[in-house]
Write a protein that binds this ligand. Sequence first.
Ligand SMILES: Cc1cc2nc3c(=O)[nH]c(=O)nc-3n(C[C@H](O)[C@H](O)[C@H](O)COP(=O)(O)OP(=O)(O)OC[C@H]3O[C@@H](n4cnc5c(N)ncnc54)[C@H](O)[C@@H]3O)c2cc1C
Ligand code: FES
Length: 351
Amino acid sequence: MTSVALRGRAWKLLEMVTTPLLPSDYLDLVSPLRAGADLRGRIEAVHPETGDAATIVIRPGRGWRGHTAGQYVRIGVDVDGVRLWRAYSITSPTNRQDGRVTITVKAIPDGKVSNHLVRRAKPGTLIQLDQATGDFVLPQTKPAKVLYLTAGSGITPVMGMLRDTEFDDVVMVHSAPQPHDVIFRSDLHELVADKKLRLTEVHTDTDGMLDIARLDELVPDWAERETWACGPAGLLDAAEKHWSDHGIPERLHTERFRPSIVAAGDGGEVTFSTTGKTVDADGATPLLDVGEEAGVLMPSGCRMGICFGCVTPLKAGAVRDLRTGEITEAEPGVLIQTCVSAAAGPCDIER
Ligand SMILES: Cc1cc2nc3c(=O)[nH]c(=O)nc-3n(C[C@H](O)[C@H](O)[C@H](O)COP(=O)(O)OP(=O)(O)OC[C@H]3O[C@@H](n4cnc5c(N)ncnc54)[C@H](O)[C@@H]3O)c2cc1C
Ligand code: FES
């Protein structure tokens, strides 16, 4: 008998004697980051960045395949006994010597996961990890001139890029309410002192929101620059319009943390048939939120329509895609993304 076949038999035997728990469950207790286990990570440190933001240092398990600067990772965190998934941009460089990765989280009012990570997460905690993904990344060929246009926590993917790749000519325009709200402020000022970055900080409490037309004055050659932008919807919508109006939409790359919701309609009664719950929902609230609010266990990831971590069968009725207004009606095998779909009349979601 080959050693592989032997190992297979030994494993089967172990499965029999450890029933109902499987050997992998026992191994999870002693070696949760081992190769072959579901991908996990261990929080090793939490470093405050500002009053409401912190960098979380994570040691990924063996299956981690690395990332490209600018990408994000989905993480599953247990908050009050419920596993919640969220997406966070990776802020560490790709060549970090100790193999750790960092995410930097800003706590938002009433935010379940962000407040947990910033204020309560403890070193030693295990979290679930997905592989890094996302196409908000730098191109293979370095552009001659770069502009980073960011606001608030939108600085995170760009910090991952700044730490990873040097350019001869890179300018950043970053908005935050006040100087002490600027995440990574001292790192940015070090780069400025080393002449690796030109930085304009817009402090919105005193300067007001950045009017995108001000780019002419702040960065006169903005149109010649390959631009990466990340921040609230208002900034990104304005930037997309500005770049389009100037006929250069392909020079602007954007990353959104939340979906742009354009179409809401009438809601309806939503049944979660597996759980046996029925609730009234308006036509603007994503079914993911409706389900979570009703105490239904809903899978999720990015919560903005890009990762497909929330797909669920639509058993009956109709839903509206909040990004496009498109209506999907129930048919056998029809799956919907609950994070960007709202009730369009009565519907039954298989959860
Ligand atoms: C690709 C991607 C990358 C991301 N990278 C980062 C990152 O690097 N750092 C970071 O801090 N966040 C990042 N986010 C946002 C993050 O995934 C969560 O949405 C955020 O932490 C809020 O989660 P929560 O559980 O605290 O809030 P929830 O409990 O889900 O929501 C609480 C309330 O806040 C609203 N809300 C949800 N998200 C936001 C938001 N982003 N801004 C304002 N209001 C919101 C909800 O509608 C709800 O009313 C990223 C999102 C995506 C899609
Ligand atoms: S949670 Fe990512 S697509 Fe819905």
